[in-house]
Ligand binder design. Structure first.
Ligand code: NAD
Length: 487
């Protein structure tokens, strides 16, 4: 097992923390301790902890969900003192493994709610960060407002001092902070959302207003919500991958992690209570984050979802394998060249066609073995976040909508949950009700166009576009993905 003791005898090519773990104190509390957080925020903080006078930026992770998986995670992190190894792999096969020390503790909020609230209220906590998934912000895509009617939110509103949701915890923590005179903090979203800071502001203030108007005003005045673009492909780690990673590294790690060697984080420099010297460890600070995030979300995430839907339907499990098929690569290339890039504003100094090549090369990295099922899960939320601007811009002007109609057809076939060979699959779609899932699985082509995944562009669906989507769905079923691609 990987523990403090292991750090003194790491294998020769595995690096360990270059700072004293005992000297690290918590300054960040992170909600949603998944793989991406461990490979991205925790990676940058691990590097920042090695800077002089920076040891007060350790991270305490918080899990909000009770249940077996969370308890296992809690047990594993406790056994390893929060340590885990990250292996970064390049497309040419080279790799580097380092033990990360930034995560200093992991708390299960349902078991220790008061500890979590005390931490949020502590003056030493300066940042509350989040990776709670695209759908986790609980925003109604039609109204753009926080959904107060969501049952877990209703439960927190009925008893705000005993919260269960991330909104309930952070807002109650902020109330305690205000009452103790400890000042505000930064709420830092690291999820793949356009304007993730603005979305967080809307969500947390939407909840806070429903609890206490004065508290909401205090939050508005004392809490900041920087927008950020986050980028690093971080696959899920199966038991088989974990065993392989341990074999390669020579470690006996319960939570080994794999990521590509590329990483990027562009953030607005709006931190209410200070921040680590992240600019010294590769983070870019910018006032034009929107340009970076639009380019990334509309190019990388959007095409990732298209590739993954194609892979799920063809029963090809890994992203690099799907993209190795020239027809898929050509289709993605054409969508980006013809439908996405012409309507994007390039970040300063970035050539979008070169950026596209970099993205496609990253997707082609076989060492990542990135699963299409990971990317295609929660496709309803993701499609809205990643595709809306492209779909709206194509459908609202006199522009060939063929490729858009095709990937919308792919999306609906994905939600139907049946591969080309007739086998069924079942991916999580947490924002759909049972009734909506049944519609998605049915053969009623028209009814599925009314599903929430289409909310953001339904007003633009002319009968011609709808007919084309239906025709593509039929073609996908009759001829398969490769033979029906409109090239
Ligand atoms: P993951 O499944 O490993 O982790 C997700 C974590 O979020 C889990 O701990 C889960 O319990 C928690 N969570 C889920 N829904 C929640 C909710 N409603 N409230 C609170 N916590 C919740 O997934 P991951 O790969 O770490 O990805 C998480 C997010 O990170 C993505 O949704 C995306 O926005 C962002 N991201 C991921 C990648 C990547 O390549 N994996 C890249 C860029 C950004």
């Amino acid at each position: 097992m990987l523990t403090y003791d292991t750090l003194t005898s790491l294998p020769a090519d595995v690096a360990g923390p270059s700072y004293a773990l005992d000297a690290v104190t918590p300054g960040i509390i992170h909600f949603g301790v998944g793989n991406f957080f461990r490979a991205h925020l925790a990676y940058y903080i691990d590097r920042a902890l090695a800077l002089p006078d920076s040891q007060h930026w350790g991270i305490i992770g918080v899990g909000l969900r009770a249940g077996e998986r969370s308890e296992k995670k809690e047990k594993d992190f406790a056994a390893q003192h929060g340590l885990y190894s990250l292996t970064e792999t390049a497309t040419d096969g080279t790799r580097h493994t380092r033990v990360m020390g930034a995560l200093r503790d992991y708390l299960l909020a349902p078991r220790e709610p008061e500890t979590v609230l005390d931490l949020l209220a502590a003056p030493s906590t300066k940042i509350a960060s989040l990776t709670i998934t695209e759908g986790g912000y609980n925003i109604d895509e039609t109204t753009g407002q926080f959904r107060l009617s969501f049952p877990p939110v209703q439960e927190d509103l009925a008893d705000p001092t005993h919260p269960k949701t991330v909104f309930g915890f952070i807002v109650e923590g902020l109330r305690r902070r205000r009452d103790a005179g400890h000042g505000g903090l930064t709420i830092l979203s690291c999820d793949n959302l356009r304007q993730n800071g603005e979305v967080s502001r809307k969500a947390f203030l939407g909840y806070a207003r429903a609890v206490d108007g004065e508290l909401a005003e205090w939050i508005e005045a004392n809490v900041t919500f920087p927008n950020a673009m986050v980028d690093r492909i971080t696959p899920s780690v199966s038991a088989e991958t974990a065993a392989k990673l341990n074999k390669q590294s020579g470690l006996d790690d319960l939570k080994p992690l794999l990521a590509e060697d590329f990483t990027q984080w562009v953030v607005e420099d709006k931190f209410a209570a200070g921040r680590p010297a992240l600019e010294k460890v590769g983070v870019q600070f910018s006032d034009a984050v929107a340009d970076y995030e639009h380019a990334k979300i509309r190019m990388l995430n959007a095409s990732h979802l298209i590739i993954s839907a194609a892979g799920m339907l063809q029963n090809v499990p890994l992203v690099d394998q799907v993209l190795a098929e020239p027809k898929v690569r050509q289709f993605v290339d054409e969508v980006l060249d013809r439908d996405v890039i012409p309507t994007l504003h390039a970040p300063e100094g970035v050539d979008l066609r070169e950026y596209k090549q970099t993205i496609l090369n990253r997707f082609a990295n076989p060492a990542l073995a990135d699963q299409v099922a990971r990317i295609a899960a929660d496709s309803t939320s993701k499609a809205q976040v990643f595709w809306t601007e492209t779909v709206r811009s194509v459908l609202s002007r006199d522009h060939d909508h063929t490729r858009v109609a095709y990937f919308l057809a792919l999306q609906l076939e994905l939600m139907r949950g049946r591969q080309e060979d007739g086998q069924s699959f079942d991916l999580p779609e947490p924002v759909l009700t049972d009734e909506q899932r049944n519609i998605a699985r049915s053969d009623d082509y028209r009814a599925s166009l009314a599903l929430p995944g289409f909310d953001s562009w339904r007003d633009l669906l002319t009968s011609k576009v709808e007919d084309d989507i239906v025709a593509f769905r039929q073609a996908i079923r009759e001829k398969g993905v490769l033979e029906s691609l409109p090239l």
